[in-house]
Design a protein around this ligand. Structure first.
Ligand code: NAD
Ligand code: MN
Length: 502
């Protein structure tokens, strides 16, 4: 231990030596490589109710924009209470009809079919996801879409094995599930919600986020083509009031929500006086704890991924970095070097690392919190990159000189902004990491396995990554402590939220 410390004390000089290299940032510029596959974007998107694509009863639509241009992409049907009611009725009919009577193995086959069709159409879906939401194509192509397919594959396998998942019980579907999802992983959140619900024999009314509804409606086409009976999956697009109508509908037996803690609390209140089952996946303010014995270059890559992946629009983003004091200078140096090389721009370009901020409203929220950080006395460090002239963008940023009481240390920024703080001892790291109203995830970076186990056991967070970050697997349960919500998605624990075993 002492030996490794003396070894690591030297690199400070080494830093001064490599400094000039950083001027070469521009040499790494690549020629533009935009995705050129044509995509079947429609001029107008309908609701999907009872196996049919239908306009909202009111005839109203709202627009979804491409955040990389700020311009309108398409019109989406604005469903309201009346449409939600039709969707819940269609879901009930399917539950007591063909879906409820279908042997579980047949149900499983249909879910496998969805998984395969998602794979077949993954390129088109990835492009649409990027156009509607602003995330880099390399992420929607290499992360979101493979995880969407994986989620359906995994849960398809459970459909006829639920009795093994819950031995000694006779697991039954809960009924009609009302699911409301956010805009940060539109299709992946749809898959996280739909796959376990369907595997357990439930039917669904899904409400996508208003800025990113397009891919859910393409998924509806896949679901129709796969041959699921009418009404098993219904998709009602609209804004917050549409979500509220889903949650409050008396015909909904189970509510699953992912989104802000503010809305999560409203939903908890709205369902409190009912027998509805509820799971909430809310915000986070995860700490990445970096010890001085960690391989620093690898750790920096993981920390960069932890905060800048998907423009920081990630509930489990590693938005607080706790660095052991002995390596603080080195880490700050490496961080500022690395953010200079991140490519910000056209999300459809295959070389882009950081795409567009999902909406103007989100950009305003991020800017307001960043301003508060500066006003409260923290130091802002930003990449010197040029931002495109139109659309919504934010430079990859981090703050030093952050104290635990600063808003940027406490509140979810949900953008590409990292707050860096320090610690001296493992005990202090744990205390600081747990000093938050959230508890969704955390990261530990160290060379010592024993330290990982000790720290992980004391962190109050649902998911803890060690020497990696933002790794997801459908077999691994995901969910929070404290104000990050309750209930788990994925794995056996996730299935439990969609069965009645009483
Ligand atoms: P939000 O919670 O308002 O929206 C999430 C979903 O809930 C959307 O589909 C929305 O239409 C719906 N909704 C809104 N009001 C509702 C209501 N009263 N009843 C039922 N459904 C309702 O999130 P937002 O305003 O888009 O983002 C605000 C903040 O939330 C972000 O800055 C971020 O901190 C957080 N957020 C977290 C996650 C996450 O994955 N945990 C995702 C998105 C946003
Ligand atoms: Mn959009």
């Amino acid at each position: 231990m002492a030996k490794s410390k003396t070894k690591r004390a030297k690199p400070k000089k080494h830093h001064a030596a490599v400094e000039p290299m950083l001027e070469f940032g521009n040499r790494w510029d690549y020629s533009p490589a935009p995705e050129s596959t044509p995509v079947p974007l429609k001029k107008r998107y309908s609701l999907y109710i009872g196996g049919k694509f239908v306009a909202a009863k009111s005839g109203r639509v709202f627009r979804s924009v491409n955040p990389a241009t700020g311009r309108k992409l398409t019109d989406i049907a604005a469903g309201d209470r009346e449409d939600v009611d039709l969707a819940v009725k269609a879901a009930r009919k399917a539950l007591t009809g063909p879906w409820g009577k279908m042997p579980a193995a047949e149900r499983g086959k249909l879910i496998y079919r969805i998984a395969r069709m998602v794979q077949e159409r993954s390129r088109e879906l990835a492009i649409l996801e990027t156009m509607d939401g602003g995330k880099p194509i390399k992420e929607s192509r290499d992360v979101d879409l493979p995880l969407v397919a994986a989620h359906f594959f995994y849960h398809a396998g459970w459909a006829d094995k639920l009795e093994y998942a819950f031995p000694g019980k006779k697991p039954q579907p809960i009924g009609v599930c009302g699911q409301v999802i956010p805009w940060n992983f539109p299709l992946m959140m749809a898959a996280w919600k739909l796959a376990p619900a369907l595997a357990c024999g439930n039917t669904v009314v899904l409400k996508p986020a208003e800025t990113t509804s397009v891919t859910a409606l393409h998924l509806a086409e896949i679901i129709a083509d796969a041959g699921l009976p009418d009404g098993v999956v219904n998709i009602v697009t609209g804004k917050g009031s549409t979500g509220a109508a889903v949650v409050q509908h008396p015909g909904v037996d189970k509510v699953a929500f992912t989104g802000s803690t503010r809305v999560g609390k409203q939903i908890a209140a709205a369902t409190a006086a009912s027998s509805k089952r509820l799971t909430l996946e809310l915000g986070g303010k995860a700490a990445n704890i970096l010890f001085d014995d960690a391989p620093l270059d690898q750790a920096i890559e993981g920390i960069i991924n932890g905060i800048y992946f998907n423009q920081g629009h990630v509930c489990c983003a590693g938005s607080r970095l706790l660095v052991q004091e002995s390596v603080y200078e080195q880490v700050i140096h490496k961080l500022s070097d690395r953010i200079k090389t991140l490519r910000v721009g056209d999300p459809l370009d295959k070389n882009t690392d950081i795409g567009a901020i999902n909406s103007k409203a989100q950009l305003t929220r991020i800017s307001e919190l960043v301003d508060s950080g500066v006003a409260e006395g923290a130091q802002l460090h930003q990449s010197g990159c040029k931002l495109p002239g139109e659309g919504y963008w934010f430079k990859p940023s981090f703050f030093t000189g952050v104290t635990a009481s600063h808003r940027i240390a406490r509140e979810e920024i949900f953008g590409p902004v990292l707050s860096v703080m320090t610690f001296r001892t493992p005990g202090e790291a744990i205390e600081r990491a747990n000093n938050t109203c959230y508890g969704l995830s955390a990261g530990v970076w160290t060379d010592k396995g024993s330290k990982i186990f000790k720290i992980a056991a004391e962190l109050k967070a649902g998911v803890i990554w060690a020497n990696t970050y933002n790794k997801f697997d459908p077999a691994s349960p995901f969910g929070g402590y404290k104000e990050s919500g309750f209930g788990r998605e994925g794995g056996l624990q996730g299935l439990a939220s969609y069965v009645d075993i009483s």
